[in-house]
Design a protein around this ligand. Structure first.
Ligand SMILES: [Zn+2]
Length: 275
């Protein structure tokens, strides 16, 4: 079932668990993620960046692919089609017009005032189509240390009426060069005062204990991208070394299937075991 993220995040927040966002890259990844989440009975948010949209052939291709897989694979879990790090109003609008059920507007590079203005514009458009909106405040860059300011987060949430917020609390995208230092106290405060689901970007490579602490501090959605990429590409490299004569692309691409599914299963276990 294709849904927006309202209900699943609300339920998860109440239960004290998190919903995973796994980023897709092609047909095979989408299929693997849907199959494994379905098997483990976890709702899933499929993250698609603008670059991936271009890579896969356009917004319509992506949303139709997901909708068709949902029905042809008889998937029983809720699925969210989500634009990850939308860079402009136009990108969010195109996603919404083409069947995405959730968008992230990332205007965190702008001043607070400009970020509010642009995010609000996206929320107002999305509302008409019951599409949910995630926004970012602070900077979750690469090794940046620009943490979100609590007062700004409260003002931002109130003025924009976003559905979920990605605060900068110390995580980074990609691979961690050193142990991540998360400000979970700040996260907890932002969660209490904004009272909306919080999103953790850069969820790859975080220790189980940190993920669980983050969920306790109000994180309801965790984005996993890099870790799936590494699992898949390592398995594929190994397969090619061991099977140098193989040229069937279906065998080559799907040689990473088991590993991707293993990581998905592990992440769902950590996010939803509630222990
Ligand atoms: Zn991100």
């Amino acid at each position: 079932m294709i849904v927006n993220s309202t209900e699943i995040l609300k339920k998860a927040r109440k239960k004290g668990i998190a919903i995973p966002q796994f980023n897709i890259n092609n047909l095979e990844w989408t299929k693997y993620i849907l199959e494994e989440c379905n098997k483990n009975n976890s709702p899933v948010i499929l993250g698609i960046t603008e670059k991936t949209v271009n890579y896969m052939g356009g917004y319509k291709v992506v949303s139709n692919l997901i909708k068709d897989l949902d029905s042809s694979l008889s998937i029983k879990i809720p699925i969210v089609i989500h634009l990850d790090h939308g860079s402009s109003f136009e990108a969010c609008k195109e996603a919404i017009d083409n069947g995405f059920t959730s968008v992230m507007i990332d205007a965190s590079r702008l001043s607070l005032e400009e970020n509010i203005k642009l995010t609000k514009k996206v929320v107002e458009y999305a509302e008409k189509y019951t599409v949910t909106v995630e926004a970012e405040l602070g900077s979750i860059g690469n090794n940046t240390k620009l943490y979100t300011n609590l007062e700004e987060a409260i003002e931002f949430t109130k003025k924009t009426k976003i559905d979920s917020l990605a605060p900068a609390i110390g995580t980074v995208h990609g691979i961690y060069q050193e142990q991540a230092k998360l400000d979970l106290n700040l996260c907890d405060q932002i969660s209490k005062f904004t009272n909306i689901p919080l999103v953790l970007h850069g969820g790859s490579g975080l220790d189980e204990i940190i993920i669980k602490q983050a969920i306790k501090a109000g994180i309801t959605k965790i984005n996993i991208n890099t870790e799936l990429q590494i699992a898949w590409s390592n398995a594929l490299k190994k397969y090619l070394i061991e099977n140098g004569r193989i040229y069937d692309p279906r065998k080559i691409i799907s040689s990473g299937e088991k590993e991707i599914k293993r990581v998905i299963r592990e992440k769902i276990d950590i996010m939803q075991s509630n222990k």
